[in-house]
Design a protein around this ligand. Sequence first.
Ligand code: UDP
Ligand code: MG
Length: 329
Amino acid sequence: MDHSEGTSKSVSRRTVALVAPLYNEEAVAPLLIREIEAFREAHPEVVEVILVDDGSRDGTAEKVRALTAGKSGYVLLQFSRNFGHQIAITAGMEFVTADAAIIMDADLQDPLSVAAKMIDKWREGYDVVYGLREEREGETVFKRATAWLFYRFFNHMTDVQAPRDTGDFRLVSRPVLDAYRRLGESQPFVRGLIAWLGFEQTGIRYRRPPRAAGRPKYSFRKSLRLAVDSITSFSQKPLWYAIGVGMTIALLSMVGIAWALLQKYAFGGVVPGWTSLIFAAFFFGGVQLFFLGVTGAYLARVYEEVKGRPRYLLRDVWRSNGDSGDAPA
Ligand code: UDP
Ligand code: MG
């Protein structure tokens, strides 16, 4: 009698997992685990903590093992190398067995007090509860400005209306986890894909505190990569823009040619146009290279998908041994 199919109202809403990616987070690991343990005292429904070591080069994995060895419910997934934040949280979500998962950064910029509110919203019946960043403390003006621009640009460029000013901090329910698993993109843009999935979604506003310890792991290069991935995976608009710009320039140049011919034959005066020529050469060279790059970005995505390589490789899956009996009934 499977009449529950598709109605997320009837699924179990008891146990919760936390999922956090760690890349060279030796400095925050002890703080993170202390916070999580304090949170679990008050929230026994958190039965699982999945930490993904994204190929750290410092002692992150050893530290996590030492700190959680006697505790219940910890799983440490160790990647064979650095695959990136988006893939790390994807792997984490795939390992969740609980009824819901909360995806959070390891550096405590996504406060657990907000996670508690997410769990309440989930119990009310929502399937996705995302964090809306009201303010960003301790982040550079450059980072805030590029992030602001990015969310607006993304919504303009794509047909997915992803909520603005959200990161990956969110709670996702079991039906969403199962749906997400069916998407096999090699370079997933997680928050966009989750918005695309649908379901009942809502947000919680919060102030984003600064990083608890250590240095940011998202370089400008990684951020730019994320932005390009996000747009090329959700939109073909840049390609249409390229066609539009190309056609406009072609039309304008025909007008220009007509004007030049008129000058030469009707009025007899030919302008000595070195300056305009050189500018035109540079300008059109630039435009052409830019749009060739845009096309290339799409081609690169197709190339990645066609190769069909696994998204990540695990070196080790480690479980803490403190499991006292099993999860609550
Ligand atoms: N991270 C990761 N792989 C990477 C880069 C970052 O798993 O290649 C993790 C990092 O350990 C942290 C989270 O992603 O838990 C967010 O990174 P960070 O705090 O540097 O980003 P920001 O908060 O500045 O956006
Ligand atoms: Mg951070």
